[in-house]
Design a protein. Structure first.
Lengths: 476, 356
């Protein structure tokens, strides 16, 4: 055996792995195309409903169920007061806002005390889920609908559980303190309950707030950020929400309701013991456990996603923060899939077990591994002559071209339905980012996600620091 | 097919698709802009004839002509908007008669049995303004359409076509509607209270089905029909919790010794939701004499009952506040906690919490 033999073997291995990667990418992108096709009738249905002004007015009536808005806050002294004010002034007739100061080391609580004239009240609430100790409960002399909890730090999930304990109403909405909710978003989110659907939870759309004009905690002018990193995320969010989740709606297997904006029936959350602490993507874990509970108890309730209620969030502007976020999301996905592996391909769990979870396992969890193998194989293969330029072109088309087509499709869906970006310049920016997203940005996020396998194997459970720029008020 | 050809086919297909999508986006934007401009202009053209017709009593034909110029879906939407406006009955009939002969209205009405819900919605919207007694069967069918949006639109036509049989049919199936539809139906039924009241009172007096009975009593409360609420008074001892709770809520529309007697009994009900509802109603009625009856419920084992009782006591003025002060200084921790929480609220905050 000489060097030629090994080189030949390497060439064969690389050629084989690249062919496998192409088939895999073809399967992934075709799955997304199926989701896209499935999302079209869903989007049409929701758009018709959202466009019915009369029904919308009725949906804003007293028929709306009372809601408890749960806001975990950790070191939010700069933004907590305007955030809470924006929540208190949402267009919803019967709403209580529960802010949980989760062991902040800054003056979050002090800001709240001063701004809302808080006074301490006894813990007059039934506690159904164990949490870190709650140090005090406060009510506001100015807004009776505001309740503030001050507790020892236990993380976001623990804070949400404390809010869940203190909530009075049958429906709860979990939001992040830095999420900007559109004024009528809660009314839209409650629509399935009002229309008689048997619903356990509802998810709404999250959009990117960077560069948008924000006045008094509201996005008043939607813009697309000019920065490449942020612009690509705008397209990514559109794709994920407009056809990813809507498509799964149609297929009956929605696995994610964003932790930044989701409505839940409280009795089911309490039944599954609320949010699980220690999980870095508590939202996905919660939804999978909810599906599991509903299926195992024969409860025919659904978890739909509806596209028109919108909340805005700030996305990372630096590669370092984006890396932490994507690594954490991937680590959470691995953890959730590993924890609930018994559901995968288990007919007992219906569409979730037979379709959604296998999809997430194959097309989301393993995607970074296969894609990286494919890219490295392609480069090495080109260098040693294992693959030719024609094959490299095919790989690019499948890996990049197909994805670009899907991104442009997401923009088509946005244009046909809600069209938040009114300016022509923003529209062209969206198209531009959709065209370039597949070259560089996608590969970068694949690399970030890859790190999660290593960290998961080492048992890392930290979130990593998420620094934000904050929302600039108009004119600043 | 060789590898090169396959590559070319895929590449060309992707490229063509991409170009087509981009072209579509550009054309769609331009088309939308033109449509929006035309719509704004057409809508502006309605304002003058509409004012002339509504204020100066001019012939409705120019209004009909202006609506006709809108795209059909928008025109039907505008018709349903007019149906919800406060327009004198004679003028409304005049407009309805003029619209009825319009081919686009006839086309919309012909969609009443379409398998697509948005087409049935157009039919229901058209009926909300031009519906006549001959359309009763169509309205009846559309009210019980599987789609809530169609139900809501058809309910708008109810006052135009309703007779005793149709009202009876709607009342008998009231509890089957989704919540938002029931809410809207209630507001429409309020307009036909004189016809609904006796039918409702009869059903409350003799009804046996729990879901139906509770929704009838809730309807009596919302439409504020005296005869029907008086009938509800007699169902305060019904074995079903939902019915007793509905009675406790409805009696806020019926202040008087009879209501206070029933509410005082319901404050001690075995079901916590009924005790809470009765306390809430007593607070809303400002029944100061009920403070001693409410006081023991500050120690109720159920949090919601304690909360509603404390709010009610705070609403009863000095007599209630005295009970809260005594509880705050008392030995019962639950009562003391709730009393101190409610006592700390300002009047505005208390009002807000009472409404929640």
């Amino acid at each position: 055996m000489d060097g030629t033999f090994f080189l030949d073997l390497l060439r064969r291995a690389i050629s084989w792995s690249d062919h496998a990667a192409i088939v895999y990418l073809l399967v992934i992108n075709t799955s997304y195309a199926v989701l896209l096709l499935a999302s079209i009738p869903e989007l049409w249905r929701h758009w018709r409903l959202a466009a019915d002004e009369h029904l919308q007015r009725l949906l804003a009536s007293d028929a709306l169920p009372p809601l408890s808005l749960m806001v975990p806050a950790h070191n939010e002294e700069v933004s907590i007061v305007p955030s809470v004010l924006s929540f208190l002034t949402l267009e919803y007739p019967n709403l209580e806002v529960i802010v949980v100061n989760d062991g902040s080391s800054d003056d979050t609580l002090g800001e709240l005390m001063r701004a809302f004239d808080l006074y301490e009240v006894p813990p007059a609430f039934p506690v159904s889920i164990a949490t870190q100790p709650v140090r005090a409960y406060f009510r506001s002399r100015l807004h009776s609908r505001l309740l503030v909890l001050d507790k020892a730090n236990g993380g976001k999930a623990d804070a949400l559980n404390a809010a869940l304990n203190a909530s009075r109403h049958a429906f709860v909405v979990a939001v992040d303190a830095d999420t900007l909710i559109e004024p009528d978003a809660l009314m839209r989110l409650a629509r399935p309950f009002l229309l008689g659907a048997n619903v356990a939870a509802v998810g709404g759309t999250i959009r990117v707030a960077n560069s948008c004009t924000v006045e008094f905690g509201r996005v008043t002018d939607a813009r697309v950020d000019t920065r490449w990193l942020v612009g690509c995320q705008v397209v990514e969010y559109l794709r994920a929400f407009l056809f990813g989740r809507l498509g799964w709606n149609r297929l009956g297997g929605n696995l994610i309701i964003s932790g930044a904006f989701g409505l839940f029936r409280k009795e089911y959350l309490v039944a599954i013991k609320g949010y699980r602490t220690g999980n870095v993507t508590e939202d996905m874990d919660l939804v999978v456990r909810l599906h599991r509970y509903l299926r195992e108890n024969g409860i025919p309730a659904t978890l739909p996603f509806i596209p028109d209620p919108v909340a805005w969030t700030e996305v990372p502007t630096s590669a370092r923060v984006l890396a932490r976020q994507r690594e954490r999301w991937q680590r959470g996905l691995i953890g959730t899939m590993s924890e609930h592996r018994g559901m995968i391909l288990n007919p007992r769990y219906g569409t979730i077990g037979m379709l959604a979870m296998p999809f997430f396992l194959v097309c989301e969890l393993f995607a970074p591994l296969v894609e990286v193998i494919g890219w490295i194989g392609l480069l090495v293969g080109l260098a040693i002559g294992a693959v030719d330029a024609g094959f490299a072109g095919l790989f690019l088309m499948v890996a990049v071209g197909y994805g670009t087509l899907l991104s442009v499709w997401a923009i088509v869906l946005e244009e046909l339905s809600f069209r938040r970006y009114r300016r022509r310049v923003d529209f062209w920016r969206l198209v531009g980012f959709a065209l370039i997203e597949g070259l560089g940005y996608r590969q970068m996020t694949v690399f970030f996600r890859l790190q999660a396998f290593w960290k998961f194997s080492r048992g890392v459970e930290t979130w990593g620091k998420m620094t934000r720029e904050g929302f600039a008020p108009r004119g600043s | 097919m060789s590898f090169g050809v396959a590559l070319g086919v895929i590449g060309v297909t992707q490229g063509v698709f991409l170009v087509l999508l981009l072209l579509f986006l550009v054309v769609r934007r331009a088309y939308d802009r033109r449509q929006r401009a035309a719509f704004v202009a057409a809508r502006g053209n309605i304002a003058v004839p509409l004012r002339a017709w509504l204020v100066a009593g001019a012939h409705p034909e120019p209004v009909v002509r202006a609506i006709r110029a809108l795209p059909q879906g928008t025109a039907i939407g505008y018709v349903s908007l007019l149906a919800r406006q406060t327009i004198p009955a004679a003028q409304r009939e005049e407009l309805a008669a003029s619209l009825r002969g319009e081919p686009w209205i006839a086309a919309a009405l012909a969609q009443r049995s379409s398998r697509f819900w948005w087409r049935r919605l157009e039919a229901a919207r058209a009926l909300s303004l031009v519906g006549e007694s001959r359309d009763r069967a169509a309205v009846d069918a559309l009210i019980f359409d599987p789609h809530p949006a169609v139900q809501v639109a058809a309910i708008s036509a109810l006052p135009r076509v309703a007779d005793a049989v149709l009202i009876g049919s709607v009342l008998d199936r009231l509890f089957r509607f989704p919540k938002v539809v029931r809410q809207y139906l209630t507001s429409v039924l309020r307009q036909t209270r004189s016809a609904v009241g006796p039918a409702l009172a009869l059903r409350i007096r003799h009804g046996t089905e729990l879901a139906e009975l509770a929704s009838w009593i809730e309807l009596a409360e919302v439409i504020d029909d005296h005869e029907a609420i008086a009938a509800a008074l007699l169902r305060g001892d019904h074995p079903a919790e939902g019915v007793r709770r509905a009675v406790a809520r409805a009696l806020r529309r019926h202040p008087g010794p009879d209501a206070l007697r029933v509410l005082s009994a319901l404050v001690g009900d075995r079901a916590p939701s009924v005790r809470a509802a009765a306390a809430r109603t007593l607070g809303e009625l400002g029944a100061t004499a009920s403070a001693p009856v409410l006081a023991p419920n500050l120690s109720d084992p159920v949090w919601l009952v304690r909360l509603r009782t404390a709010i009610a006591l705070a609403q009863l003025g000095e007599r209630g506040r005295a009970v809260l002060r005594a509880a705050r200084d008392g030995d019962d921790r639950f009562a003391a906690d709730m009393a101190s929480m409610i006592s700390g609220l300002s009047d505005g905050a208390l009002l807000e919490l009472a409404d929640a």
